[in-house]
Write a protein that binds this ligand. Structure first.
Ligand code: DAH
Length: 339
């Protein structure tokens, strides 16, 4: 029986040395030490031994069991460690690998121009005012003295939400909102988004931006308006840019003017961008109509004022030599990188 036990120990140790996974170790444990295992079988046969040999063989059997158990534990630990190390290796970060380049963006050309406009006008003492993009028909048209049959009210030109509410077609309604609330002197600009039912082309988009301006006080004249616009054009385009005031008609100003800058693409000869004109209209302006002042509770006998509305897209296109407005919205990085 001794030899049998010795044989079991050797076999178990040999098998354990070859074991290379936790499950292999477990099946070896079952094979030798389990209820139906080989060692257990030997121990069961002990009853057949002469009584004086039983304790001796019993001790050897216990030692064998202990030896095998210890060996199993050692091998198991080793395997566990090896598997853990393999896991660490698999998860390891290679700190020598080149990093991913972070693409750092910058201000969009429209925002660049918008910010410059804000700088110019706040520098001239204007405050920045805000108004809603979803606006009442009253503020967008009625209070601005725009007649009921004016073409701009047409469904083909304006996005209506219902009979009383629309997407503002201009930033001019903010003039009314501010004048209703405040006493002159009022000196504000309102930069913002406006909406018109226009087809997209090189110079039109159904969503675009304007900067509205309003200055109401005692004794404000058209000369103040012209001087202000000249400062604006010089600030944005540089001193060499020509501006032109053309007599025009806006219901909310009297007199009114459309203001052009010389075309940047053709230098004034006439091309696709300026539709052959040589000039690009970038803003409308005029002296606030007495009816508009009165509707807001401001006495036109005491106060006068000028107002203007600048197209931000057109100004940006002019400033950066962009010949197609769509480029400003497509967010093609190759385009945006240039500014
Ligand atoms: N609201 C006009 C438009 O969208 C622009 C404009 C013209 C604004 C004259 C004004 C102004 O404040 O006085 O075409």
């Amino acid at each position: 029986m001794r030899e049998q036990l010795e044989e079991i120990r050797k076999m178990a140790e040999k098998e354990l040395s070859a074991a290379d996974s936790a499950s292999a170790v477990e099946s070896i444990r079952l094979k030798y030490l389990g209820k139906k295992g080989e060692l257990t079988a030997v121990l069961r046969g002990m009853g057949a031994l002469p009584p004086e040999e039983r304790p001796v063989i019993g001790q050897i059997a216990n030692e064998t069991r202990q030896d095998i158990t210890e060996k199993i534990d050692t091998v198991f630990l080793k395997i566990e460690q090896r598997e853990r190390n393999a896991g660490f290796l698999a998860e390891a970060v290679d700190v020598t690998m080149p990093g991913k380049r972070l693409n750092i963006g910058h201000t969009h050309p429209l925002s660049i121009v918008m910010n410059e406009m804000k700088d110019i006008f706040t520098g001239l003492g204007y405050e920045i005012a805000e108004g809603p993009e979803i606006e009442y028909v009253y503020y967008n048209f009625d209070a601005l003295n725009i007649s009921k049959d004016h073409p701009s009210r047409d469904y083909q030109d304006t996005f209506y939400i219902n009979d009383r509410v629309l997407l503002r077609t201009q930033t001019s309604p903010v003039q009314i909102r501010v004048m209703e609330e405040r006493e002159p002197p009022i000196k504000i600009i309102c930069p913002g988004r406006v909406y018109r039912a226009d087809e997209v082309d090189a110079t039109h988009s159904p969503v675009f931006h304007q900067v509205e301006g309003l200055f109401v006080d005692k004794g404000i004249t058209m000369g103040d308006l012209a001087g202000t616009l000249r400062l604006f054009a010089a600030g944005i385009f540089g001193g060499q840019t020509k501006i032109r005031l053309r007599p025009h008609n806006f219901p909310f100003t009297e007199p009114s003017a459309e203001v052009d800058v010389s075309c940047w693409t053709c230098g004034g000869k006439g091309c696709r961008v300026c539709k052959g004109e040589g000039w690009i209209e970038i803003l409308g302006a005029g002296m606030v109509h007495p009816k508009v002042l009165a509707v807001c509770g401001i006495d036109p006998e005491i106060y006068s004022g000028f107002a203007f509305g600048i197209g931000v897209e057109r100004t940006a296109m002019c400033k950066f030599n962009i010949d197609d407005m769509r480029l400003l919205y497509e967010n093609d990085i190759r385009f945006l990188r240039q500014f």
